[in-house]
Design a protein around this ligand. Sequence first.
Ligand code: SF4
Length: 436
Amino acid sequence: TKTVTDVICPFCGTLCDDLEVVVSDDGKKIHEVYNACAIGAEKFLHSQAKDRITRPRMRQEDGSWKEISYEEAAEYTARMLTDAKKPLMYGWSSTNCEAQSIGSEIGELVGAVMDNTATVCHGTSLIAVQDIGIPSCTLGEVKNRADRILFWGCNPAHAHPRHMSRYSIFPRGFFTGKGHTGRKVIVIDPRPTDTARMADVHLQVEQGRDYELLNALRVAFKGKQLPDVVAGIPKEQIYEAAEMLKSGRFAIIFFGMGVTQSLGKNHNIDEAIAVTRDLNEYTKAAIMPMRGHYNVTGSGQVWGWQFGFPFAVDLSRGYARYNPGETTSNDLLRRDEVDAVFVLGSDPGAHFPFSSVKKIYDRPSVAIDPHETPTTEVCKVHVPVAFVGVEVGGCAYRMDNVPIETRKVIEPPEGMMTDEEFLKRVLARVKEIQGV
Ligand code: SF4
């Protein structure tokens, strides 16, 4: 065996870069994964599953699958996209930037709507950032400088398990040599989560009342009078949390879907950014979204360069339009405004409302994914591909917008294509069909 070091974990937005993977001498089998959390290690081990699907397949009339070649799958995909008036090309969060870039080229040629998983998680954060900007930093700065950590509406103990040991609560950095003993942790969450159990202060906000509490914090910073109870929290606790934040040398606010997808949506994030700005009157403060999929941040970056918008980009008129609520996947599906669905590197079958999933089932559809998922089960064609970050490298963006080159650890099963290779084939075929 041999050990591949400095491996990047292609699971969550923390993109841990210190994994060690023991592989067979011929580079075809993974024996052990060190340093990863349980969910990260599982991603590597999943590529070794004996029942893994390694060839594309097409759904038959009777519901069974028929194996087809990559050539046939590319032909179906290219025809589906060129025949459609307005195809939806969704996902793009669990793949590399190289594949995202080719996908954008296809989307532009066929006049697709390009949308990524931000549409159901941090899309509201992106809207808020466009509204009022964001004072942010890198995870390295958090590790080396932050002594006040606020987790709002997120539960890294389960969703980003090594975030706390590598970057936020526990690590010893240049100016944070005492590790967790030198830090104060505040958690704001309606539930007593495992992250909340580690906090110095847990503010158990009433469900959906984050906006009020954010506002109250701004009032408390200024030492002004608050009502006795705000969003279910006694004012004494709010003053205590405000004082804790102000008294630090460097405060960081991490926020998750508890704030982005609850009542108030992007206005919650406007207000959370305003809290960060206010806090900068007293100390240094920054704010960062806890991005989920390992490269959802990258798809926002790639589309940002190419189209000027990070998600929900409608190219059907020949130029980029962006209007969340109108050009977002679920709104388009529910209003029957798209007539074909292409999914890559995400699982709307598991995460979209049933009414949207049914619309995917009713349309010509392709799912490109290494796994069998609820999405592959409702699509007409499933194209299995190599695991990015395991069987092929490529660029991914960490939650703090730092680009990191993922590593190839083993060879994919013989004859399997990568996302990028398959998309290049589809692109070539689309160009042939369109005569461009
Ligand atoms: Fe992978 Fe995230 Fe776990 Fe790090 S915290 S090992 S990136 S799943």
